[in-house]
Design a protein around this ligand. Structure first.
Ligand code: PRP
Ligand code: MN
Ligand code: MG
Length: 183
């Protein structure tokens, strides 16, 4: 019943492992914000984080509000340049709110560095980052990350929101794409 079976080389993180880790993260992060006066605002970065945030919000042991941002980096489509353009902004003001940016993966960290700077100017009460995956290059960006689901090697992975040319976001697990799919 694996609809992409012959395009995926191997599984990196199984669906049930993802689910268990998100449950852990939801409990831990919920505990941290337990005494917040208002609901935590989850800012998910479209499109990759859409799948993760829907599971994370339900695993979170406290109420949250859901906001989405869509950004696009100028320049080449295969590597981020650090120059970002807002395609869809938040619907609401986040001043004095506890905000958590929710990402599927941090690779170069350029998207998030820009987003942190941008959201900080809106004066949230607090601003944190939660990501499901982190690649080794992200250390260079020197981001302060509240919680990381999994540190993964520098491989091309897809699934659970992560795409290759818009494909594979609907895979329930994280897998390594078969090299013949991108050569
Ligand atoms: C991917 C991923 C992160 C970002 C990470 O998004 O979902 O948002 O790249 O890369 P970085 O740390 O090097 O900036 P992408 O731009 O592919 O858009 P998508 O979420 O719509 O797939
Ligand atoms: Mn993304
Ligand atoms: Mg993408």
């Amino acid at each position: 019943t694996d609809k992409y079976a012959d395009e995926i080389e191997s599984v990196l993180i199984d669906a049930d492992v993802i689910r268990d880790r998100i449950a852990e993260m939801g409990a831990m992060i919920g505990e941290r914000y337990r005494d917040s006066e208002q609901e935590v605002v989850l800012v998910a970065v479209l499109k990759g984080a859409a799948i993760f945030v829907s599971d994370f919000a339900r695993a979170l042991s406290i109420p949250s509000e859901l906001e989405f941002m869509a950004v696009s980096s100028y320049g080449s489509s295969t590597s981020s340049s650090g120059v970002v353009r807002i395609l869809k902004d938040l619907d609401r003001d986040i001043a004095d709110r506890d905000v958590i940016i929710v990402e599927d993966i941090i690779d170069s960290g350029l998207t998030l560095s820009w987003l942190m700077r941008n959201l900080r100017t809106r004066n949230p009460r607090s601003l944190e980052i939660v990501t499901l995956l982190r690649k080794p290059d992200a250390v260079k960006a020197d981001l302060d990350i509240l919680e990381i689901g999994f540190d993964i090697p520098n491989e091309f992975v897809v699934g659970y929101g992560l795409d290759f040319s818009e494909r594979y976001r609907d895979l329930p697990y994280i897998g390594r794409l078969h090299p013949r799919m991108y050569s």
